[in-house]
Design a protein around this ligand. Structure first.
Ligand code: ZN
Length: 299
């Protein structure tokens, strides 16, 4: 099943623009191959507002956000996960307002501290003032925000929902313009697939990701992402049916239609698949399962 990507032709950087009733977005000037047009910082409510993902450490972005808000007051700052394009601007915002920050936890909390960095890298400084867990409701000014824990892209990834409007702020868990980077050890393919399946059980009408435009058919889109990953796993199986192999030799064949400068990122993703398949006993390897290890099918 092909993924019906949602493209956004252009954005007006630095402008706070309504994207749904009581939801505004301002996009930072950090466009890149991993961030699309840049980080979309969302503002929820009017007058006393909640902000999701203040963005990269960019004073101009924070200034533009505050200019856009004028006399309005930020009462809550919500963080989807601790990557450098999402959480660092919280530190700049803290100098200008005293709103508490909410998030699942510090980077890698509960598991690993490290891992290769192929996208924007980890923000190891951020610690939420208030830790939130799956299913919690954060009472904001005139509306509640529901926390939906969705590890996979990052161990501490949290989506946030406006239940009445059936809107889910999907962070980097589900994006319309691209598949999500799942890079071990902080990224975990088993977690990611479970977190995708969770969205199929919800009745969100719209996903608003950090990068790119709205997804108005959440279930169909999420289903296509799941199928895409199943297809990748089938490709790994087909490769290893030919005999034991390394990730580095499988990737150029598996990602023929992807430019070679993206192959290092693809290797991290295949590594995530391989670890998930090892966990389930589908594959074997001798010694430690590293990126460079030779893998083979289990008998
Ligand atoms: Zn991220």
């Amino acid at each position: 099943m092909a993924i019906a990507y949602k493209h956004e032709a252009s954005v007006e950087h630095g402008a706070l623009i309504e994207v749904a009733p009581n939801v505004r977005r301002i996009v930072a000037r950090n466009a890149s191959p991993f961030t699309y047009h840049g980080t979309g910082t969302y503002v929820l409510g009017r007058g006393k507002v909640a902000v999701i993902d203040p963005g990269p450490l960019d004073q101009a972005h924070v200034d533009a956000l505050l200019r856009g808000l004028g006399e309005e007051q930020i009462t809550h700052v919500l963080i989807t996960h601790t990557h450098n394009d999402h959480s660092p601007a919280t530190r700049l915002l803290k100098e200008r307002c005293d709103a508490p920050t909410y998030g699942f936890g510090a980077h890698g909390e509960g598991r690993y501290g490290g891992g290769a960095e192929i996208e924007e890298g980890a923000d190891r400084e951020f610690k939420p003032d208030i830790k939130v867990n799956d299913g919690e409701l954060i009472a904001c000014w005139g509306f509640d925000v529901e926390c939906v824990y969705t590890p996979g892209h990052a161990l501490n990834h949290m989506c946030f929902a406006l239940p009445e409007q059936k809107i889910l702020f999907s962070g980097d868990h589900v994006m319309g313009w691209s598949t999500t980077v799942v890079s071990p050890p902080d990224g975990d393919m088993g977690d990611y697939l479970k977190s995708l399946a969770r969205l199929l059980d919800r009745d969100d009408a719209k996903l608003l990701p950090t990068h790119g435009t709205a997804i108005d058919d959440p279930k169909g889109f999420v289903q296509s992402l799941i199928e895409h990953r199943k297809g990748r796993e089938q490709q790994v199986l087909a490769e290893l049916k030919q005999g034991p192999s390394t990730i580095a030799s499988m990737v150029p064949r598996m990602y023929k239609d992807v430019p070679s400068w993206l192959h290092p990122a693809a290797e991290r993703s295949v590594y995530a698949h391989v670890l998930h398949m090892l966990e389930r006993g589908v594959l074997h390897c001798d010694g430690e399962p590293l990126l460079s290890t030779t893998y083979r099918l289990a008998l």
